[in-house]
Design a protein around this ligand. Structure first.
Ligand code: ATP
Ligand code: MG
Ligand code: MG
Ligand code: MG
Length: 561
């Protein structure tokens, strides 16, 4: 490609509203432009990067035996009503109606659609496993879209789904994806770590997140120096300090212990739908352990909410509070978004026995004043979780580090197949439910993460598999016929070798070209100028090490062959 005829609108200055380095550099390098909050245009170079990442994902996922398909981004509400997520997913789900008043949403994920597809077609165990994936734009109406591609509202995701006849098969599907993800992030040249994770609003039995290690990460990972334990602290919280965790039920008699009881069992005790329980927070109040169930919005996670209660000086040891909490195991049911008072969103189905919106305003709750403004003010003061807050499994030393969630795999179990009746006949002709898994990679977030991990003060230093070009060739003096002829000769030679090369043939000062070459981050720079040419050489620079050298055209040819 020739720079002069490409749309690469580089910027000299960092745009003021960009906070993290990947956002700044993606804008400066002319790779993306913001349309409006959380919506980005991928300019040609940005799209090239996305395609490169998507292709590595494709190759590895295909190699694992998953097949690519493409589902509509628009999804009918009926399917989401079948699983209960129409109600429970919260405001991230963008809902709308068509001209016939039929309800739809923009897909934030595709469990419902793919389960509908497979249940309509697969009848026998002989047709299983079914392993499919797509790479597509997702829409989530994020409460705080920010950091450019890192947390967009519309973003690119690879989402895969598996349907198996038995748990051994399901575990194999899960492992295939775990291994594929490991290969993908390795190939992309990222420093990453797989960690145990919470299942959030996707749900399921267990999950792993793939975290790119970076200080700008929004997640905190706990890992042990002495064993292979590594977890997102959202999950570490569940085993927080190894406390005799228990969940109080409305009648104050049944007690569930995480680990010993599934979410479904806890939900049954509380007589609320399992989908209503996203998280449990456990408080030790006056020697009793009291649970607060949080639903809906994953932003309000255990740690944040617990610290929020502390920051609000909620006297957890106070009798009134104990009373209020023990009477209200769903009393702090989380808001969907932060736009309702934190304890007023109590209309969980079947939760009529518990504290209602009306008595939420009673004296006990008044002193736990967590109304919207308070929540938002307190947000800034949340104490960060420390290594002491986590329970090492082996007694070893725990360290915390920041990570960016680039991938997430879930063992869904029967969650969707049960709700949507995705069944098949086994060898004995008996009906069984399919066991599902789902597997996401934030393709556009991977692009941002690659830049977070690979940059310097001059710009991006792409790992080769992500770089929009393998090589940038600078013609320092386009008006000089000899220089131009040599640059063109090398350009044609590299193209002939199949090298992805950008020829900077613009009528610009050398300084501008050097700056842009560094900014764009191609791993190798070749510089054709009058002085070098007089000595029969071309200068080269390795973008990462900054190491410079001199090459003849033959050396270049050999180097890229
Ligand atoms: P997060 O915790 O960052 O909100 P998530 O857990 O909600 O992410 P998943 O439902 O696990 O996301 O989706 C699979 C992958 O999609 C994530 O691992 C992440 O890489 C990517 N992803 C999720 N939300 C966004 C977003 N708003 N912008 C860009 N990528 C995203
Ligand atoms: Mg999310
Ligand atoms: Mg997450
Ligand atoms: Mg996730």
């Amino acid at each position: 490609m020739r720079f002069s005829s490409c749309y690469i609108p580089t910027l000299k200055e960092s745009p003021a509203d960009a906070e993290v380095v990947s956002h700044k550099l993606l804008l400066r390098a002319g790779m993306v432009r913001r349309l409006t909050s959380g919506l980005y245009i991928y300019l040609p170079l940005g799209l090239k990067i996305i395609d490169k990442i998507a292709n590595v994902v494709r190759e590895e996922v295909n190699a694992s035996g998953f097949q690519e398909l493409l589902m509509p981004m628009v999804q009918p509400a009926d399917l989401w009503k079948e699983t209960g997520r129409w109600e429970h997913y919260g405001k991230e789900l963008l809902r709308f109606k068509d001209r016939n008043e039929r309800e739809y949403c923009l897909g934030p994920t595709h469990e419902e659609v793919i389960t509908d597809l497979v249940r309509g077609e697969v009848r026998s165990y002989r047709q299983l496993p079914v392993r499919l994936y797509q790479i597509q734009s997702k829409f989530r109406d994020e409460i705080r879209p920010r950091f450019g591609l890192m947390r967009g509202r519309e973003f690119m995701m690879k989402d895969g789904y598996s349907f198996d006849a038995d748990s051994a098969g399901a575990e194999q599907s899960y492992k295939l994806m775990y291994d594929a993800y490991t290969r993908i992030f390795r190939r992309l040249g990222l420093k990453f770590r797989a960690v145990e994770a919470d299942t959030g609003s996707i749900g399921g039995n267990f999950s792993h997140e793939f975290m790119v290690l970076a200080d700008t990460g929004e997640d905190t990972i706990a890992f042990c120096h002495d064993c292979d334990y590594a977890a997102n602290v959202e999950r570490a919280e569940v085993v927080w300090k190894g406390a005799p965790c228990a969940v109080a039920c409305p009648e104050h008699e049944k007690v569930a212990t995480p680990g010993a009881h599934s979410v479904e069992e806890v939900a049954a005790m509380l007589r609320v739908p399992a989908a209503a329980i996203v998280k449990t927070m456990l408080f030790n109040v006056d020697g009793k352990t009291v649970a607060v169930l949080v639903r809906g919005d994953r932003e309000v996670n255990d740690i944040k909410l617990k610290n929020l209660l502390k920051a609000q000086d909620v006297d957890l040891a106070g009798a009134a509070t104990v009373e209020a909490l023990t009477h209200a195991p769903v009393g702090f049911a989380g808001p969907v978004g932060l736009d309702v008072p934190i304890y007023a969103d109590l209309e969980l189905q079947g939760a009529t026995d518990y504290v209602t919106g009306a008595n939420a305003a009673d004296a006990h709750f008044k002193h736990v004043d967590l109304r919207r403004d308070a929540v938002i003010t307190a947000w800034a003061d949340l104490r960060a979780i420390t290594a002491e807050d986590v329970c090492p499994r082996c007694g070893g030393r725990i360290e915390l580090t920041k990570g960016i969630e680039v991938g997430h795999i879930f063992m869904l179990g029967l969650k969707y197949s049960e709700a949507m009746h995705a069944a098949f006949l086994d060898e004995n002709g008996k009906e069984q439910l399919m066991i599902m898994g789902c597997y996401g990679i934030g393709v556009s977030r991977v692009a941002a993460s690659a830049i977070e991990q690979n940059h310097d003060e001059n710009g991006i230093v792409f790992p080769p598999p992500v770089a929009p070009f393998e090589c940038i060739l600078l013609n320092l003096d386009p008006r000089n016929a000899d220089v131009t002829a040599k640059a063109e000769e090398i350009y044609a030679m590299l193209q002939g070798l199949g090298v992805d090369v950008l020829l900077d043939d613009r009528e610009e000062r050398p300084g501008v070209k050097f700056k842009d070459a560094d900014l764009l981050g191609a791993p190798m720079q070749l510089v054709v100028g009058g002085k070098g040419l007089a000595r029969g050489i071309v200068e080269c620079k390795d973008r990462r090490s900054g190491e410079k050298g001199e090459l003849s055209v033959e050396d270049i040819e050999e180097g890229f062959s």
